[in-house]
Ligand binder design. Structure first.
Ligand SMILES: O=P(O)(O)OC[C@H]1O[C@@H](O)[C@H](O)[C@@H](O)[C@@H]1O
Length: 313
């Protein structure tokens, strides 16, 4: 059930299709063959494929594509709360709401190469009356998703305070990367950093000097992390490069075996094929005064592992 392609501007090109719940999904495609798919349910990236058509984001085989809950996989947006560190539902309400396509194309102040990409869409979220009852702050959340010619993905969030008083929030791009086998994966860029361990009541520890590898459940917020982090998949000889801006922290999460068994929307063995590495603002919430705007950007690329050290420099 597709609609004709809609062109927003010279650089923006996307197609709108409906999922089986009748919710619009935006399909971004570039001539190299790379593509991405975004659901208006949650403004959630639900697919990102390279030019060979390989899926780069994890989606659980048991994922439930039905509002009001976000599906298990892709890139849900955690806003205005990360995790359970507040009074709202886990990870805030933005990932469970229906977003709209934003036709007001406001210029972005950016020098990012990815922003000159081929395909882009702008979404917007404003609070519902219910949201205002649980979180009494008027905001406008603009989300721009861009897929470059080379297949790099860029997601820019802009939150504006349109209220009469200041408010604070935490935020994460909860990014489920698809990996060959978690035991073959390592993360570079978080060595020697402090982290808050969600498995020990958010106690603070310091990471050792080695790259991070996985042999049990991990649920950590690395604070004040660098703006480029690499996730190396040894078996696939593939490296994800995660570039972030305006997002000081990085969450690393893998539920491992025991927790996976407790999750209805994750297969018992699927923890092996996923790793969440989230660009985030958690330790120090973002505070916006009336009329102030915050920008948080994530850029994801997937490169052959042989090339990654040039990018990390
Ligand atoms: O099941 P949810 O609400 O999507 O959350 C999944 C996980 O998300 C991670 O980001 C958190 O650090 C974990 O603590 C949490 O379990």
């Amino acid at each position: 059930m597709g609609h004709p392609a809609i062109n927003l501007d010279r650089n923006s090109e996307f197609e709108v299709v409906k999922d089986w719940n009748g919710i619009d999904q935006i399909v971004l495609k570039v001539p190299s063959g790379a593509s991405a798919r975004v659901s208006l349910h949650g403004g959630q990236l639900i697919s990102w494929r390279n030019e060979k058509g390989e899926e780069l984001l994890f989606t659980s085989s048991k994922a439930i594509f039905k509002p009001p809950k976000a599906m298990r996989g892709g890139i849900p947006i955690c806003f205005p709360q990360f995790g359970n560190c507040g009074t709202l539902e886990q990870h805030g309400f933005a990932r469970n709401r229906i977003w709209s396509i934003d036709k007001d194309l406001l210029p972005l102040n950016t020098n990012s190469k990815v922003e000159c990409g081929m395909a882009a869409v702008n979404l917007i979220l404003k609070p519902t009356d219910d949201d205002l009852r649980s979180w009494p702050h008027c905001f406008e959340f603009r989300l721009r998703i861009t897929l470059s010619m080379e297949g790099h993905l860029s997601i820019t969030s802009r939150v504006r305070n349109v209220d009469g008083k200041a408010f604070s929030f935490s935020f994460a791009y909860h990014t489920y990367l698809s990996v060959s086998d978690i035991s073959e994966v390592r993360i570079e860029g978080l060595e020697t950093l402090d982290y808050l361990d969600n498995l020990s009541q958010k106690e603070r520890f310091t990471e050792q000097g080695d790259a991070i590898t996985f042999e049990s459940e991990v649920d950590r917020v690395y604070v004040r992390s660098p703006n480029v982090i690499a996730v190396l998949d040894h078996e696939k000889k593939r490296t994800f490069l995660i570039r972030k801006d305006g997002l000081p922290d990085t969450v690393v999460w893998n539920p491992w075996e025991k927790k996976s068994r407790l999750m209805a929307d994750l297969g018992d063995e699927e923890y092996k094929q996923m790793l969440c590495v989230d660009a985030a603002a958690i330790e120090k919430p973002i505070t916006l005064k009336p009329n102030e705007e915050w920008t948080g950007r994530l850029e994801l690329s997937s490169v052959p592992s042989t090339c990654c050290h040039d990018h990390l420099d």
